[in-house]
Design a binder for this molecule. Structure first.
Ligand code: NA7
Length: 542
């Protein structure tokens, strides 16, 4: 009998990741009759929601839109409890989906794909798992998320720390008990801002190590009333059309006026109203918050004034005051974030001024001194957009690695953010240069999954062996993405969007900023024109 290492599992399609992307991709391909298997490193479904179990973890998109819209029956069977869903609820939802559509038999858990190599002789992808299992598939599809490779900064001495430490993206399944503990948290992005108020309530003392102060706006979360739930379910068809055609997968669009067109009094009224509604309303209140420096400064100054009003200690308030363009780092929404700094058991350390020098057996030493801690929480984010793609060894035609083709991130080139020249029959769900993270992910994921499965359907019906992006189409798309990004303020700020959060990472802005709706139209047009911009080959090369 052949050993596990000698056996080759033969499939039509391999999908990596069992989050929102992988689950729906599996469902679609299986429906179309393809022998498909999802490989997932985790022990369950959920993707980022399987790993992000830190206290306070919650989604920033409204729950009634943060779900699949491909099945009205599914939408009506599931009931969200509050405006912004908590991690356990989202994980329950994804488990519900996996059970409802009986997806689990085609998902292999605890399995990490380490290598995927295209064989030009057979026109098939050959994959290898971490434990040596070999797989052969015609189609190779990544559903690995945009922010799933944790960034743990290489601080000297971490291994010597005598307490416990955790990264928010790899949180234990058991509750971490902070009672009576001196806790330090590094990072004040979305994860830190969500975790800080919750940990502060439990810990003996919480020290926040902040590198960049953040704008954050109250989420104003609340439990849905029965009427709201009934209304949402009754409006399914309308909601589905609205979010799919929208700018960001949500029923929101930028205001019609410029911030600069309003008088200071009118502006104040509008901004106050947006602040009261909370969430990302401020970002969309006017048309030019993300594109005009002066407009942005007015909205940024408004949030800064709110921080000053909320935080009682003036020195702490000053340290918490950001000075970048609001909205150009991932916008953060919170519950009692700035209020938490009024607690007597919370202190703030500015590690931009006095950087972290090392982790010691007893805690964290900055240039200013040592902070003794029992627990360290790394809320230090992710190697976004390319981190998970580069972690795998993806090898295309002529033995070229994806990482080398993209020059380690310096020369990312995709066609529509789903495909890249030299890697036939490979598709990336929410890959670089698609709109992905600039909105409500499940909606843009659905569009990618549907486009990819329709494409595969077309290939099969027309007896086409391979599909590959043409070089000129890919160059034009990448150029278009860069030109669009340059019309905004996004590229002027250090963020995980630009890769600036990772030491030595090449800066860029590999995201399509034109909006979900226009992007979906472009993809549909390409398909309607017989996959314009792709080379379709119908003869098998032997
Ligand atoms: P983010 O948003 O990337 O935040 C990471 C935080 O960690 C941020 O405040 C960083 O400061 C800080 N950081 C990173 N490296 C260091 C070092 N070496 N020293 C000190 N501080 C550091 O990640 P999140 O997990 O909060 O959120 C990720 C996404 O998940 C979020 O955008 C949502 O889409 C969901 P910096 O700002 O880089 O100076």
């Amino acid at each position: 009998m052949a050993s596990v290492k000698e056996q080759v599992t033969t499939l039509d399609a391999v999908v990596i990741g069992a989050g929102f992307s992988g689950l729906y991709m599996l469902y679609r391909l299986r429906e179309a009759g393809l022998k498909t298997r999802v490989y997932e490193a985790a022990g369950g479904v959920g993707g980022v929601w399987y790993w992000n179990r830190y206290p306070g973890a919650r989604c920033d998109s409204e729950s009634i839109y943060y779900n699949y819209t491909f099945s009205e029956e599914l939408y009506k069977e599931w009931t969200w409890t509050s405006k912004y869903p908590e991690q356990p609820e989202i994980l329950r939802y994804l488990n519900f989906v996996a059970d409802k559509f009986e997806l689990r038999p085609d998902i292999q858990f605890h399995t990490r794909i380490e290598k995927a190599e295209y064989n030009e002789r057979t026109n098939r992808w050959q994959l290898e798992t971490k434990n040596g299992e070999k797989i052969s598939a015609k189609y190779f599809i990544t559903g690995i998320g945009c922010i799933s490779t944790a960034n743990i900064p290489k601080f000297k001495g971490l291994e010597s720390f005598e307490g416990d430490w955790y990264h928010t993206g790899h949180w234990p399944h058991e509750k971490v008990d902070f009672t009576g503990k001196r806790v330090g948290i590094i990072g004040t992005g979305s994860s830190g801002v969500q975790a800080i108020p919750v940990i502060a309530k439990e810990a003996d003392h919480l020290t926040v190590f902040q590198r960049t102060p953040q704008y954050s706006v109250p989420a104003r979360n609340y439990p849905y009333s029965e009427e709201e739930v009934v209304q949402a379910k009754a409006s399914f068809q309308e909601m589905r059309k609205t979010v799919r055609d929208s700018l960001a997968g949500l029923p929101v669009s930028y205001g019609e006026k410029s911030v600069l067109d309003d008088s200071p009094e009118e502006r104040q009224k509008t901004l106050e109203k947006a602040w009261e509604i909370g969430g990302t309303t401020l970002l969309f209140a006017y048309k030019d918050v993300i594109t005009d420096e002066r407009a942005n400064e007015i909205v940024s100054a408004f949030i800064r004034s709110k921080i000053k009003e909320t935080v009682e200690d003036s020195k702490t308030a000053e340290q918490l005051t950001p000075d970048y363009y609001y909205g150009t780092k991932r916008p953060i929404i919170d519950t009692d974030y700035f209020e938490t700094y009024n607690r007597s058991n919370v202190s703030l350390v500015d590690v931009k001024k006095a950087p972290i020098e090392e982790i010691t057996p007893k805690g964290i030493r900055t240039a200013d001194g040592e902070y003794e801690l029992d627990v360290i929480v790394f809320a230090t984010g992710y190697d976004g957009m390319t981190g998970s793609l580069f972690k795998m060894d993806i090898v295309g035609k002529e033995g070229v690695c994806l990482k080398d083709k993209w020059e380690n991130g310096a020369a990312i080139r995709t066609y529509l953010g789903m495909s890249t020249t030299g890697f036939p029959n490979m598709f990336m769900i929410t890959g670089p240069e698609s709109p992905s993270v600039l909105g409500n992910m499940p909606i843009t994921i659905e569009q990618h999954v549907e486009w990819i499965s329709d494409c595969i359907d077309y290939l099969r019906k027309h007896d086409i062996e391979t599909i590959e992006a043409k070089e000129d189409a890919e160059q034009a798309w990448s150029k278009h993405c860069r030109e669009l990004a340059d019309t905004t303020l996004y590229t002027k700020t250090d963020s995980w969007y630009t890769g600036a959060n990772i030491e030595d990472k090449v800066r860029g802005f590999p995201i399509y900023v034109g909006g979900y709706g226009p992007y979906h139209e472009k993809c549909a047009e390409v398909a309607e024109q017989g996959y314009d911009g792709f080379t379709l080959m119908s003869n098998t090369v032997v």
